[in-house]
Design a protein around this ligand. Sequence first.
Ligand SMILES: Nc1ncnc2c1ncn2[C@@H]1O[C@H](COP(=O)(O)OP(=O)(O)OP(=O)(O)O)[C@@H](O)[C@H]1O
Length: 280
Amino acid sequence: MPDHLVIPAVSGEAAPLAGAASDFVRFDQVSVTYGAGTPQATLALTPTDLGFARGDFVCIVGPSGCGKTTLMQTLAGFLKPTGGAVSVGDVPVTGPGPDRGVVFQHAALFPWKTVAGNAGFGPAMRGLPRAERRARVEYWLNSVGLWEFRNRYPYQLSGGMQQRLAIARALANEPDILLMDEPFGALDALTREKMQEELHAVWKRRGMTVLFITHSVDEAVYLGTEVVVMSQRPGCILQRIPAPFARLAGERDIRRIKAGSDFVSLRERVLSLIWGEGGG
Ligand SMILES: Nc1ncnc2c1ncn2[C@@H]1O[C@H](COP(=O)(O)OP(=O)(O)OP(=O)(O)O)[C@@H](O)[C@H]1O
């Protein structure tokens, strides 16, 4: 580890489960039952409290089917909770909105639009003036290294480039909150680490709030300011674990950070919690 890196101590303390009244994003007793009132009713999420501050990078991990996507979709506004309420800046979430950008595992780009057309879609839908749209598209395509590919179509891009475009498209709306559901799950290991670096750099530069679902504990511990571990279905939050690596001061070296003993011990701690719940 280079000397100039300042690593805050890994406290070993879990953060309190409930949110605080001052939190920017709040889930208050949010529960979800799919098919409520039918014989097929599935309790996906038990009443859950979670809150976090503006600028936090919150990573959610947990066994398959534990309700991670369900929780995120209530914040995205795609899913109305069966019980409880979600709010952003004290305003209740009642549906999707441009303040919350969403990136899924598969890029879901518009194949008939160019790279620039995809990136500019949100601002165009919102009726922003042409000059501002162009400026945003240029800025965000440059940010994810795709400006020189602006006239290509999605099928002419690699998987990693498509995912970078999906991120640029979400960011071109300049959302306060970025919601990412296993965004790097389909990428090879090397591209995935590069994407982790790029996302981290964008997060640091923009200071936005991120809620990030992943099956990779390594990724969660590296990117998150906090790792939220969920239980098996019906999901609840088992532990919230602060992580220090996202806010490291100084130059970052992803390989050295991940090989460091603080990183390895935090990763093992999260992994053993998940294994106790039946695996990821
Ligand atoms: N539309 C739906 N209708 C009925 N049940 C659903 C629906 N969507 C999800 N479920 C169920 O709710 C539970 C939680 O699903 P969810 O997708 O939130 O889990 P997850 O933790 O994101 O899973 P994974 O890690 O495998 O992506 C699962 O048992 C799932 O089968």
